[in-house]
Design a protein around this ligand. Structure first.
Ligand code: PRP
Ligand code: MN
Ligand code: MG
Length: 180
């Protein structure tokens, strides 16, 4: 049972669904008449990506990229590695990078820089969660689901030591689980 490790439910399935639909509508409005490409940053964003893309009405293509900076710990090492690159060429295309959480900003500031060098027509960031208290590198966010306090959150794609991604809601992990 995963529930025993959760201190508090931060966002229920219902709350997540409502907010994801709102973001999708915002994207539909902003890019009306255009074709967009969603880039999911694996692995954390896979569930958000799946729900977001199904709530978007526009012509849309999808691609996936894998970056890792956390390893098994609870805070970013600052060392970002691309473990899987995109399959598609993004030049001249309207890109939205889809992330589960913006924390220190290390992952996204690095990633956005790399993607900008590939000359997309435009590039925006869509993150489900934003934890501004922990920001080390500034990152410009265009779509943000929720601003959250500095607590260790899991579920809906977010892991601790690769577990809890399959929780259907987002919860705060009990500190004793990670020795906090
Ligand atoms: C987590 C999260 C974001 C990133 C945010 O990914 O999914 O991608 O860290 O942290 P930052 O703003 O401090 O860089 P992680 O490296 O744990 O890989 P994962 O998505 O496979 O869990
Ligand atoms: Mn991630
Ligand atoms: Mg992780």
């Amino acid at each position: 049972m995963l529930e025993k490790d959760i201190q508090e439910v931060l966002f229920s399935e219902e709350q997540l669904k409502t907010r994801v639909n709102e973001i999708a509508q915002e994207i539909d409005r902003d890019y009306a008449g255009k074709e967009i490409m969603l880039i999911s940053v694996l692995r954390g964003s896979f569930i958000f990506m799946a729900d977001l893309c199904r709530a978007i009405d526009l012509d849309c293509t999808l691609d996936f990229m894998s970056v890792s900076s956390y390893g098994k710990g609870t805070s970013s090492s600052g060392q970002v590695q691309i473990t899987k690159d995109l399959s598609e060429d993004i030049s001249g295309r309207h890109i939205i990078v889809v992330e589960d959480i913006l924390d220190s900003g290390n992952t996204l500031s690095y990633l956005l820089k790399i993607l900008e060098h590939r000359h997309p027509a435009s590039i925006r960031l869509c993150t489900l969660l934003d934890k501004p208290d922990r920001r080390v590198k500034p990152v410009e966010v265009h779509y943000s689901g929720f601003t959250i306090p500095d607590a260790f959150v899991v579920g809906y794609g977010l892991d601790y030591a690769e577990k809890y991604r399959n929780l259907p809601y987002i919860g705060i992990l009990k500190p004793e689980v990670y020795g906090g």
